[in-house]
Ligand binder design. Sequence first.
Ligand code: SF4
Length: 377
Amino acid sequence: MLNPSFPSSAYFHVPFCQHRCGYCDFTLVAQKDHLIEAYLNAMAEQTAKLGEGIELKTLFLGGGTPTHLSIDQLSRLFETIFSHFRLAEEYEFSIEANPLNLSTEKIDFLKQSGVNRVSLGVQSFDSDILTFLERDHRSDQIFEIVKSLQSRISNTSLDLIFAVPGQSLDGWKQTLQTAVQLNVPHLSTYGLTIEKGTSFWSREKAGFFDLPQDELAGDMYEFALEFLEEAGLKHYEISNFARPGYECRHNEVYWTGYPYYGFGPGAASYLDGVRRQNHRSVITWLKKVQAGESPIADQETLAPEERAREAIIFGLRRRAGINRREFQERYGFDLHQLAETAIQTNVEAGLLEETDTHLKLTSAGCLLADSVVVDFL
Ligand code: SF4
């Protein structure tokens, strides 16, 4: 059981990659491994004021690419983490990884260190798509890595991207079929978005490529919903599918509004009702920590109504939706009184549905979730 006033989850951001993929706007530096030493010292500095033995039900290392760090470097990071935290009996310890930096030795090390879930940035099994996305692994390397991972850490998730320029519906179907054949218990699927500041942004503006039409992207998403459900992977969140019992527990903490620690550049935390966000620039974050200053760029204490509205926005991401009675008990607002117009408009548009107990997105609503949740702000 999670406790709303007691954090039992922590996120550590590892902002290093071999190179920056053209579509990526995450907080990271590429080809700057000389900063890893300073980063590890800064992470030790940032956690120094925590006590000891804080119990975590979920621990998540994201990036960047956490597995870009060597075994020695990861070992130092784990030493920092476990000087303050310990894992609860039924814990989930996830790490994000890229196929190319997962040697058997590293997988064994992760397993020995307690990692019991790996989220692998596969993105596609199609060599042309991988080249377009500027990924550094090849299609044929993925199978070996997934096999090696599965034999050691069976709770493996694959990230896949759809709506890539040049990708056909058949190509996407093939990618999903291959993923299902690999028999992993969890898949995440994301439509390609082009963010300002990425190299894809300027290339798209210059007319080097066009994103697929919304209709094709919609068909790809709908196919994933049907095909993966049939394959036993339940659609439990807008972008996530899992076999029963393999839903990502750490992400559920975010979606259900429970508190969590967050460390590293760009990391967010939610503690004592206050949301904090660290500086997104790795260099600024490092300099702040080295100078003994706070690396927090923004912080916000949510008023009760803001908390309730935020709970709707996150809660609708889950296919189970929002339990109206639990919502009222936890946030002190009746869902309908708080958002009658937004609910009515979206139910009439076929984007939301109400059951006796829950308010949730329909399949069509999942595709347009961003515009649905705007109505609840
Ligand atoms: S490997 Fe992942 S985190 Fe790193 S640059 Fe590419 S997409 Fe971004």
